[in-house]
Design a protein around this ligand. Structure first.
Ligand SMILES: [Fe+2]
Length: 273
């Protein structure tokens, strides 16, 4: 009886081609490094543990989402997108002006006044666009996310909110300057990084989803130009156009702690017909 190899299966459609090339890629690495049965068994156990720990979304978003996002971003106009990551939560509070992100009294971190506009690809302002923001606190912890190290979490929806730009597409919100953080390292994803000797840091960033009727929503991240991890983001998601300057200001919020300002213009892609 003729043995049918997976390599010979039909690849006529996109799904079959992707799966076949993925399998080919794994096989070629196994062959190139002459992976042993011991290593193969360890890899299988690792993948089982990854699933049991519920870290498949984290693992996929850290190692693969940026590649998918890049293709998506290249296929449309407007500002560059960036990965959503695994820490978005629906149902964030809707703010009323003047916009201040939900935070604890004395929330640690430097104050950030983040402002700018939401425009069409031709830079026409989009009135009343919605801007959703989520970020970690000064300890690098997101609210509402169970971490494998069991750390104490900020209050529900801390540093998560939705706000609406004004009639000129302008917005301004007060928050804190985010800090670089390690992706959760106490589980299998972190164990893999330790095993291969890679750090687990992402540069400091704001997560944003901006949307308006007649436009595609834009999921992106914004970074800061003094960050030491811009060139070695473990998620590989930094794009030069998304790196902002931080300006120290004394006039924006008199009497406050050190205040920084950053601004950005979101150009939303027009909705595809
Ligand atoms: Fe993040």
């Amino acid at each position: 009886m003729t043995k049918i190899s997976g390599r010979a299966l039909p690849r006529e459609n996109r799904g079959a081609a992707i799966v076949a090339e993925l399998m080919d890629g794994i096989r070629s690495v196994l062959a190139k490094y002459e992976v042993t049965y011991c290593e193969y068994t360890m890899a299988k156990e690792y993948l089982v543990n990854l699933g049991q720990a519920g870290e498949w979304p984290l693992f996929a978003d850290v190692f693969f989402e940026a590649t998918v996002e890049e293709a998506d971003s290249n296929a449309r106009d407007g500002s560059p997108g960036a990965i959503e990551g695994p820490f978005f939560l629906p149902g964030a509070p809707v703010l009323e002006p003047p916009f201040v992100m939900p935070m604890r009294a004395g929330e640690p971190g430097d104050v950030l006044v983040f402002s700018g506009t939401v425009t069409a690809p031709d830079r026409t302002p989009i009135p009343h666009a919605q801007v959703e923001i989520w970020q970690s606190d000064a300890q690098g912890t997101y609210s509402g996310i169970p971490y494998p190290d069991g750390r104490e979490l900020p209050p529900e929806f801390n540093l998560r909110a939705r706000l609406t730009a004004d009639e000129n597409g302008a917005y301004q919100v007060r928050t804190i300057v985010p800090v670089p953080y390690e992706i959760p390292t106490a589980g299998p994803t972190g164990a893999l990084l330790t095993a291969v000797g890679w750090h687990a840091f992402r540069p400091a960033h704001l997560h944003l989803i901006t949307s308006a009727p007649g436009f595609e929503s834009l999921t992106t991240q914004l970074y800061f130009d003094t960050d030491p991890y811009l060139d070695s983001d473990i998620a590989g998601a930094v794009k030069p156009e998304l790196v902002l300057g931080l300006e120290e200001r004394t006039d924006l919020l008199p009497g406050e702690r050190t205040c920084f300002a950053a601004s950005y213009e979101f150009r939303l892609p027009r909705a595809r017909k």
